[in-house]
Ligand binder design. Structure first.
Ligand SMILES: Cc1cc2nc3c(=O)[nH]c(=O)nc-3n(C[C@H](O)[C@H](O)[C@H](O)COP(=O)(O)O)c2cc1C
Ligand code: SF4
Length: 428
């Protein structure tokens, strides 16, 4: 497949404005300014583009929810990329920042935004620097600021650096954080399209989503929807990490089978070992086992088998992996990142982690697996935002396929997967 999102990944200097323009960059903005707001929204709707931030919500439909008569309006680009196993937005930001800016200018024009924000996770210092440089270049060329390219459309883009909280990737916590408040989710409804940044209509889109926009404007919605799956068209970035020979970032048609991603593109399992499990879409996505590997990597196909595409972070685990340890590490992350606003998540993720820790350290008690299931049941569906549910889905995914391994740990105070070595003290 011709690269659309990663065409500048291995192009030294590809991130500069001159190189971007030389490769046809910013032609889509000129085209968009001629098309008009409604036409662009219709094109994005027709393309079938679905948000790449995790939920797969149709992008054109989201834009169409913005009320016309309320001012001002805002666009926020979600560049928080906090989901473990995910490094796709970083690839675009660091190597093709103008692709993102061009997508943001078009999106802002389509929804009538006067300002746009890029909320970038604090750890991405180099990415923020690349964005600042690109924004400066764009202002100098008249692509940002007042009356861009001589049109009656004006737009400013700001970079807002986060401070390392995973929850600030949740769209309403992100808005709170930009406004200078503690990053905690807001109650929905009202949704950000109605009550967003500073209480005004706001569209929040992921970096990869916005970076698809220029190519849709230039090549048309039919071209876009001819790629990938019927209900999830377009290109998709898959981040592959873990026990594979070629970990990395791969741009492939949406719906590429997981087996092809792991064995062809990522070169198969390291050292010729056997695959034990794969997390298909960031640690929130329930893990899959070998017999499920033919699933097309798109939103609906993964949902059908009880998992999710999420952020496209594929984490591969070979047969030496201890699933108790994996579940403990994942849960410890959720417990640490719980914002504390609601009790089931704040307390539940903490206790899940404590129980997993004692099982991992050979101190598990009879009934601990059932206790974990009980805690899961008390969290799921009872939390303020999806973080709590995500923690449950991750643990339930591990228990569904590897319950025996958890029970073995409790009973024998040691790990079956690691050749019988005791778990105590092996890992901190
Ligand atoms: C706990 C949590 C963390 C999230 N983190 C991110 C993130 O880092 N990046 C992102 O784009 N979306 C993240 N999301 C999803 C956003 O809330 C939102 O759905 C997304 O930015 C919308 O963009 P899209 O329509 O382009 O997918 C997160 C959601 C939750 C519940
Ligand atoms: S589910 Fe967790 S992260 Fe979400 S609001 Fe409640 S405590 Fe905060």
């Amino acid at each position: 497949m011709e690269k659309i999102l990663l065409k500048n990944l291995n192009n030294p200097g590809g991130h500069t404005l001159d190189n971007y323009i030389a490769g046809g960059g910013y032609r889509a903005v000129k085209e968009a300014l001629k098309l008009g707001h409604d036409h662009i929204i219709q094109m994005v709707k027709d393309s079938g583009l679905r948000g790449r931030g995790g939920a797969g919500f149709p992008t054109g439909l989201k834009w169409s929810f913005i009320p016309k008569e309320v001012y001002p309006k805002y666009l926020c680009c979600n560049a928080d990329e906090g989901e473990p196993g995910t490094f796709k937005d970083r690839g675009i930001i660091e190597y093709d920042p103008h692709l993102l800016l061009e997508g943001m200018i078009i999106a802002s024009y389509a929804i009538g935004a006067i300002s746009a924000y890029i909320y970038i996770r604090g750890e991405f210092a180099f990415g923020a620097k690349r964005l600042w440089e690109a924004i400066k270049e764009a202002y100098e060329k008249g692509l940002l600021g007042k009356n861009i390219l001589g049109s009656d459309f004006s737009i400013d883009i700001y970079v807002h650096r986060g401070f390392g909280a995973y929850i600030c990737g949740e769209e309403t916590a992100l808005l709170e954080s930009i406004e200078g408040f503690r990053g905690q989710p807001r109650k929905k409804p009202p949704f950000p399209a109605v009550w967003g940044l500073y209480g005004k209509p706001t569209v929040i889109n992921n970096v990869e989503t916005l970076s698809c926009i220029p190519s849709i404007i230039l090549n048309g919605p039919k071209w876009f929807s001819s790629m990938g799956s019927e209900k999830s068209p377009g290109p998709k970035l898959y981040c592959v990490s873990g026990h594979v020979n070629r970990p990395g970032l791969y741009e492939l048609p949406m719906g590429t089978p997981l087996r092809e991603i792991v064995y062809n593109h990522a070169g198969g399992i390291k050292g010729g070992r056997n695959l034990k499990a794969v997390i298909p879409g960031g640690v929130t996505a329930p893990m899959l086992i070998e017999k499920e590997l033919d699933v097309p990597m798109d939103f609906d196909s993964l949902a059908k088998i009880g998992s999710m595409l999420g952020s496209g972070g594929v984490v591969v685990m070979d047969d030496t992996t201890c699933m108790v340890k994996a579940a403990y590490i994942i849960n410890r992350f959720f417990s640490h990142e719980s914002c504390g606003k609601c009790t089931p998540c704040r307390e539940g993720t903490h206790w899940m982690t404590e129980v997993l820790k004692r099982i991992e350290y050979g101190e598990g008690k009879p009934g601990d697996v059932e206790l974990l299931e009980g805690v899961c049941a008390n969290i799921f569906g009872r939390t303020f935002c999806p973080l709590g549910d995500g923690a449950v889905m991750a643990l339930r995914g591990a228990l569904k396929n590897f319950r025996d391994e958890f029970a073995y740990h409790v009973e024998n105070k040691r790990c079956a997967a690691r050749g019988g070595f005791g778990a105590i003290g092996v890992w901190e």
